[in-house]
Design a protein. Structure first.
Length: 136
């Protein structure tokens, strides 16, 4: 999402990414959109930079676990907005305002695996108080 002279807009790269997400989500989701409060878990596995693929004697070795973290673009907040918008447009959830819990991580993929984003959507657990923490 970029802000220009005439307001906010999505660039072509974001539009293409969201279109791909929507197609994948529609293929995976069965049933009507979820209306209840939801928990969304997003795990983004980004391309590993060549500097994190050390070579020793002709074979590729995995770097230490700390190197798997990906402190690079895209920002987690931008990624979550794109995913939640795609969930709504794909008909998985009624509206992204229904997301009450969001868990995210951003890592580099292991060597030899293509980058991907894993998304899990589930109805948020209900608290067993007198009125509950959400109403139907």
């Amino acid at each position: 999402m970029r802000v220009g002279r005439w307001g906010a807009y999505k660039d072509d790269k974001t539009e293409n990414y969201m279109a791909t997400c929507i197609l994948s989500m529609r293929a995976e989701h069965v049933g009507p959109p979820i209306e209840e409060p939801t928990r969304v878990t997003i795990a983004a596995y980004l391309p590993r930079p060549a500097t994190l693929i050390p070579k020793a004697k002709g074979r590729v070795e995995q770097p230490p676990a700390a190197a798997f973290l990906a402190p690079v673009k895209p920002d987690l907040d931008n990624l979550s907005k794109a995913i939640c918008d795609a969930l709504t447009q794909a008909g998985v959830i009624v509206d992204d305002q229904r997301v009450v819990e969001l868990r995210m991580s951003k890592s580099y993929v292991p060597v030899g695996i293509a980058p991907y984003v894993a998304v899990r959507v589930e109805v948020a657990p209900r608290w067993d108080g007198e009125a509950g923490w959400w109403a139907r």
